[in-house]
Structures are given as structure tokens and as C-alpha cells.
Design a binder for this molecule. Structure first.
Ligand code: FAD
Length: 410
């Protein structure tokens, strides 16, 4: 039995243990993780780890000695398959069981798979774990053409890396534009143009019908209408399925319908006693999304929700209310976003798109709710406070890139 059992050795799970010890928590802590590795950073998987520029060892969230020194027991290579919420016990696939005082569910999710014919052929990959990328990399030598299904951040980052590695890349996006779920049209058009300038074929508004195969391996993707996009490798980046089956089976509220995951309150408590959920798998009412019930898939959210749980468990509770932020690296473009643009009613452009340094400021009812900043670190840093406090700034004033955003700070 451990005082705190954390399920999921990813960003949120690791950060929960880090924060608990930082706040002086003296109880016993164990982290149970399905992957064999110690907790590592996931963002490089589609960026410099995929390109080969970053070694895995440099992605560890903390070195092994950190966990040993702080007496955090790492139980990796084990999947929790059942939760007895009344008995406060979790069970693993290997037949072990561990009692808990508090349970923190930080399991993220697995890549959503295609449902069409050919989805399980060799050469079809998702990108979520180190293992996913290691396997993908071993196949790159024999690959000249890659089809990427899904024009979200992960798909576009992978496209940028693979184009730079000399592969012929086609991005297939069902929506009329890439990044449609997370950004406004200005950003989408910009990234589409950048990818095309780097030789990537970007196809929007297309429907994938099946993955075609030869001898059990992917050979192409068929689109509605019968067109075939030839490809020896298919990367699927169409979102995740939160890994919450065991928790739902134990009676936690949540479910399959959007946003999916497990429902939590503003202290990350699930409906089960002493059970918390954080990170990608936790559906919560987000103050920076107008209170909408959503899941946020970002390092920021996982880390800040981890801190929320740690504070509650150490007797200094503070509700979760953290400004969302995110980043994406493609080619030499550094995108930094702050806030959530969903629900905006106006988008203002600052800076020069042609010079590849600009920001899009999203407004709702006159208030700044989000910024997407491309090679524009200053706007990102100075815009954060505008989002945090929902400052009202006139659109024409925001559009004046000669005036720093800090001029609008209260
Ligand atoms: P994870 O970090 O996914 O950790 C969950 C862990 O739980 C996994 O190791 C999983 O194997 C394990 N697990 C699942 N089920 C069980 C079980 N039943 N028993 C035991 N263990 C289990 N975010 C950004 O902010 N910026 C970025 O640039 C960015 N880039 C990304 C690029 C890629 C390729 C990916 C995949 C994600 C990226 N993200 C990025 C998102 C970010 O990595 C996630 O939001 C973050 O990892 C969420 O943390 P988490 O703790 O909720 O889940």
C-alpha cells in the first residue's frame, strides 16, 4: 500500500510526484506506468527526436537518481487494468495489486486509429510513445513516400521533419484547412503555404476511404472518389482516445461522448472518493474556454493540474485556473500560443506574415482570449497577461505592431 498511487508515468504523473515532494509531502508515493521508460518528455517525439537531433536520454523529465533520492517508487512496465474504488486498490496486468490512500489517474491516451480497411497494416503508425517513433524510424530507410493523415500539430510537425529528411510527404486533412480545430484561418493558411514551400503536398477537404496494402504492408491511401496517394508509410495523427476504461468501469463519471475522458472538478477530483484525474484524460470546466467542459492536451495542463492535486493533498488547495500555453516547432518556425482561441469572434493580425514573424490575437466580446505567435516571442510573453486578465483592447490598436503589447498591461 502507498499513500499516493499515481497511474501513468508521463508528464502529469511525474509532475504530481515532483510537486508533492516539493511541497514537503512525506507519505509514500508510487508511480505505475505502462511504458518501460522513466517519465520522459513527449513533445520531442514529433520534433527533434524524430529527426534524430535529440537523444532519448535528454528527454527524461528527471534522471533516475531524482526518483530514488526522493523516495518515489517507480513501477514501470505495468498496466493498471482494474480499480476497486471501495477497497482503494488497483490491479495490474501482471497480477499485482497495490492499495492506495489517494489515486491520481494520469494516463493520457492512445492515438485514435483509423476505422477503415487497412488501418492495421504494417507501415501505419501513430506517434505517442518512444516505442512508436523507434519503430517508425527503423522503417524510414525503406520509405520514400509518406502519407500523413491529419493536419493537426503532430501531423504537421512530423511532415516538417520528414520533408527535411528528403521524404515525399503528403498531408491529408478532412477539414477545409489544417489546424482547423485549434487555430484561425490566418494561421492555417500560413502553415499550409510553408509546408508547400518545403515540398510537402497539403491536401485539405479530403476523405480517406482505406489504406491499401501489398504483402501486408501499406502501399498507399485511397481517397473518396477513388484517387490513390502512394505511400510506403502512413502516419495517423487524428487525436487521442483517453485511457480511462478502467476508471469508468470502476464507476467514475465521464465517457465516450465529447470531450471524452473522466470528469473532474476544479480540484481535479473525479466522482470516486480519493481518486483524481489530470492531464490529457481529464475533462474539466476550463475558465479560459468560457467555462466549457473540455480536455486540454498540453504539457502546461498536465503540469498545472498535477500541481492542483499536490496542493490539495498537502492541505493548501487552490482551484485549477491556469493560462493555457502550447508550442509547436516546424522548420525554423517557432509557434507559441497562449490562451484558447475556441469561441473567438474576432482575429487581429499583428506583424508581417511575409516576413514570417507575426501574431494573431483572438478576441471575444472585445477581450483578448488567445494569441498565436509565430517567431514573435515578445508578443507571446507580453500577451500572456492580456489573456490571463481578459483585457479589452481595440482591434486597430492591437494590429499596430509598432506598439508593444505590454503597453496594454493594466
Ligand atoms: P502522458 O504524458 O501521455 O502520460 C500518460 C502515461 O500513462 C503514458 O506513459 C501511458 O503509457 C501511461 N498509461 C496509460 N494507461 C495506463 C494504465 N492503465 N496503467 C499504467 N500506465 C498507463 N504538448 C505541448 O504542450 N507542446 C508540444 O509541443 C507537444 N507536442 C506533442 C507531440 C507529440 C508527438 C505528442 C504525442 C504530444 C505532444 N504534446 C505537446 C502533448 C503532451 O505531450 C501531452 O499533453 C502530455 O504528455 C499529457 O500528459 P499526461 O500525463 O496527461 O499523459
Amino acid at each position: 500500500r502507498f499513500d499516493v498511487v499515481i497511474v501513468g508515468a508521463g508528464h502529469g504523473g511525474a509532475q504530481t510526484a515532483v510537486q508533492l515532494r516539493q511541497l514537503g509531502y512525506a507519505g509514500s508515493i508510487a508511480i505505475i506506468g505502462e511504458e518501460p521508460e522513466l517519465p520522459y518528455e513527449r513533445p520531442p517525439l514529433s520534433k527533434d527526436f524524430l529527426s534524430g537531433d535529440k537523444a532519448f536520454e535528454r528527454m527524461l523529465i528527471r534522471p533516475e537518481s531524482f526518483w530514488v533520492d526522493r523516495n518515489v517508487v517507480m513501477l514501470t512496465g505495468r498496466q493498471v487494468t482494474r480499480v476497486d474504488a471501495d477497497g482503494h486498490v488497483v490491479f495490474t496486468d501482471g497480477g499485482e495489486h497495490f492499495g492506495y490512500g489517494a489515486l491520481v489517474w494520469a494516463t493520457g491516451g492512445s492515438p485514435r486509429r483509423l476505422s477503415c480497411l487497412g488501418h492495421d497494416l504494417a507501415g501505419v503508425h501513430g506517434i505517442r510513445t518512444r516505442a512508436d517513433v523507434e519503430v517508425l524510424k527503423t522503417e524510414l530507410g525503406a520509405t520514400t513516400r509518406v502519407a500523413i493523415i491529419g493536419g493537426g500539430y503532430i501531423g504537421l510537425e512530423a511532415a516538417a521533419v520528414l520533408a527535411k529528411l528528403g521524404k515525399a510527404v503528403t498531408v491529408l486533412e478532412a477539414q477545409p484547412r489544417v489546424l482547423a480545430r485549434v487555430a484561425g484561418p490566418v494561421l492555417s493558411e500560413f502553415y499550409e503555404a510553408e509546408h508547400r514551400a518545403h515540398g510537402v503536398e497539403v491536401r485539405t477537404g479530403v476523405t480517406v476511404v482505406s489504406v491499401l496494402g501489398e504483402d501486408g504492408r501499406a502501399s498507399g491511401v485511397m481517397l473518396a472518389g477513388g484517387e490513390i496517394v502512394p505511400a510506403e508509410m502512413v502516419i495517423v495523427g487524428i487525436g487521442i482516445v483517453p485511457a480511462v476504461a478502467a476508471l469508468l468501469a470502476a464507476g467514475a463519471e465521464g465517457g465516450d461522448s465529447a470531450p471524452g475522458g473522466v470528469d473532474v472538478d476544479d480540484h481535479c477530483r473525479t466522482s470516486l472518493p480519493d481518486v483524481f484525474a489530470i492531464g490529457d484524460c481529464a475533462a474539466h470546466d476550463n475558465g479560459f474556454a468560457g467555462g466549457a467542459h473540455i480536455r486540454v492536451e498540453s504539457v502546461q495542463n498536465a503540469n498545472d493540474q498535477a500541481a492542483t492535486v499536490a496542493r490539495l493533498l498537502t492541505g493548501a488547495p487552490r482551484p485549477y485556473h491556469a493560462v493555457p500555453w502550447f508550442w509547436s516547432n516546424q522548420y525554423d518556425l517557432k509557434l507559441q500560443t497562449v490562451g484558447l482561441s475556441i469561441g473567438h469572434d474576432r482575429a487581429v493580425l499583428r506583424g508581417d506574415v511575409a516576413a514570417r514573424s507575426f501574431s494573431v490575437v483572438y478576441l471575444k466580446d472585445g477581450r483578448v482570449i488567445a494569441l498565436d505567435c509565430v517567431n514573435a516571442v515578445k508578443d507571446y510573453v507580453q500577451g500572456k497577461l492580456l489573456v490571463e486578465q481578459g483585457i479589452v483592447v481595440a482591434a486597430d490598436v492591437l494590429a499596430d505592431a509598432a506598439t508593444a503589447l505590454k503597453a496594454h498591461h493594466p
